[in-house]
Design a protein around this ligand. Sequence first.
Ligand SMILES: O=P(O)(O)OC[C@H]1O[C@H](O)[C@H](O)[C@@H](O)[C@@H]1O
Length: 397
Amino acid sequence: MEGTAGVSGRRHPDESLLDSPDALAEHDPGGMLRFTASAGAQVRESAALAAEANLSLLVDEGRPRAVVIAGIGTAGRTGDVLATVAGPRCPVPVIPHRSSGVPGWVGAADVVIAVSASGRSPEALAAAEAAHRRGARLVAVGAPDSQLQSVAERARAPFIPVPRRAPARASLWALTVPVLLAARTLGLVKVNEADLAETAARLDADADRCRPTAESFVNPAKSLALGLAGSIPIVWGSSPLATVAARRFGDTLSANARYPVVTGALGEAGRGRVGLLDGVFGGLVEGERDIFADPQETDPDATRLRLVLLRDGGLNADDDSDEPLAVEERRADAVQALAERRGVRCDVITAEGGSALERLASLMAVPDFASVYLALAHGLDPMAVPAITEMKELSNP
Ligand SMILES: O=P(O)(O)OC[C@H]1O[C@H](O)[C@H](O)[C@@H](O)[C@@H]1O
């Protein structure tokens, strides 16, 4: 089927596409699966690049009053990652900022980290310029030989060149690690070399489990994608860290697979959006289902919700988190029970690993791949985003 933008794909997913390496290659000409599999390598490469940059320039003026991470899209997500890895005990505010420039209060006592994969987003460029003008300390992260690098050079600010091999959304780890290491230099996060190595190793191991040649029944990303196919995904995170991973899944499901998706924190959803489970795409449609009927005959076209619960199970010590772990766990158990009572299917991914960064990686890796496989099951090229390009053309002066 061809859409009005010339994008071709199939409205109903074809499961067999996912188990055919030839079909996968044909629908992924840009290599999105390959880029997604490079997450571990991105961690290692960016750690090496950050080590070469002159981050020690940041130390001289001591601990900042606040840190602003300026960027849009995936670059903006790096600020959320920093905020959650820094955690509630972080001695200074860590503020992701997604609109142009910097907040009005930013001044000489603050640090601005401007992030842009292309090195040319107007938001990050305006933030870097504003930081320089106001005398704030600046760090810039993005493509080498870009406009962002020129601004950083003019400001005599450290610049961490992140080679541009993949689209921004497949470069989250390459962009995130320099942001974390800049914050480490400022004394705001405790990310050590072992954490980075273990995170990279976990991303490698998950990429192996999710590799294109691993068939759906042993491949957690293919089975997650097939479970989501044809549904409206709701992705809730049980903790602040898991919520960053939930929002990331929202980014990739929208951009790669072009699925509408609801994402958020379970704590907040429990006071409002959990009501979706009772609605026309939730309990009401599931209630119509006759459990004895042939599944082919029971309105196969009805759109249903599918819940993905990202659980941060068990490792965040109670004294180091916003909420006691027991509260988060009970809430996650409760939403699973609620979904089950209403017949809404639920996938659960539980964080693993010893550090916050590794736990985050363990919640992001499989969903990242699943978003690509979901695109491919619909015959969509996960790399092509004509609506985004068209939007930029129409809205640029
Ligand atoms: O990181 P940048 O190059 O500044 O790009 C920022 C954002 O720009 C566009 O909106 C892309 O669609 C996003 O995927 C990207 O994250």
